[in-house]
Write a protein that binds this ligand. Sequence first.
Ligand SMILES: Cc1cc2nc3c(=O)[nH]c(=O)nc-3n(C[C@H](O)[C@H](O)[C@H](O)COP(=O)(O)OP(=O)(O)OC[C@H]3O[C@@H](n4cnc5c(N)ncnc54)[C@H](O)[C@@H]3O)c2cc1C
Length: 102
Amino acid sequence: MNEALNDRQRWFLARVGAGHFCRADDISADWNPVVGSVPGHEGLYVAVGFSGHGFKLAPTIGEALAQTVLGLDVRVPIDDYSLARFAAGHALHGAYGIGSIS
Ligand SMILES: Cc1cc2nc3c(=O)[nH]c(=O)nc-3n(C[C@H](O)[C@H](O)[C@H](O)COP(=O)(O)OP(=O)(O)OC[C@H]3O[C@@H](n4cnc5c(N)ncnc54)[C@H](O)[C@@H]3O)c2cc1C
């Protein structure tokens, strides 16, 4: 089965003239990003674990994290995405259970 799929992929790639690559994807425990400071590590901020939907969030998260780091008013609050939510038992849940809420 694997070899058949590999053959099919090689056939396809040869025809469209494309290359391919693989990479790790980052999925958090509740499928939502971890954004903000890291408790116990002053000055360290992260924006990770976008769980397959980080592309669309990037402009807003980038702005909000920059405002946080600079100590400015944050236009779109990002507190719900804090790393501390897991230890506090506040993992994010959407209307249909665990999964992307943003
Ligand atoms: C096929 C696919 C389709 C997707 N479609 C969508 C979509 O439609 N909409 C959407 O919102 N999101 C989509 N996503 C998810 C989105 O691409 C990711 O959530 C987003 O790119 C995550 O951004 P990031 O900066 O956190 O991580 P990444 O984009 O993974 O960036 C991490 C960077 O760090 C580098 N890096 C890793 N390790 C090291 C190291 N040790 N030293 C130096 N550099 C390192 C990597 O090379 C990479 O450049 C899709 C993802 C995939 C794979």
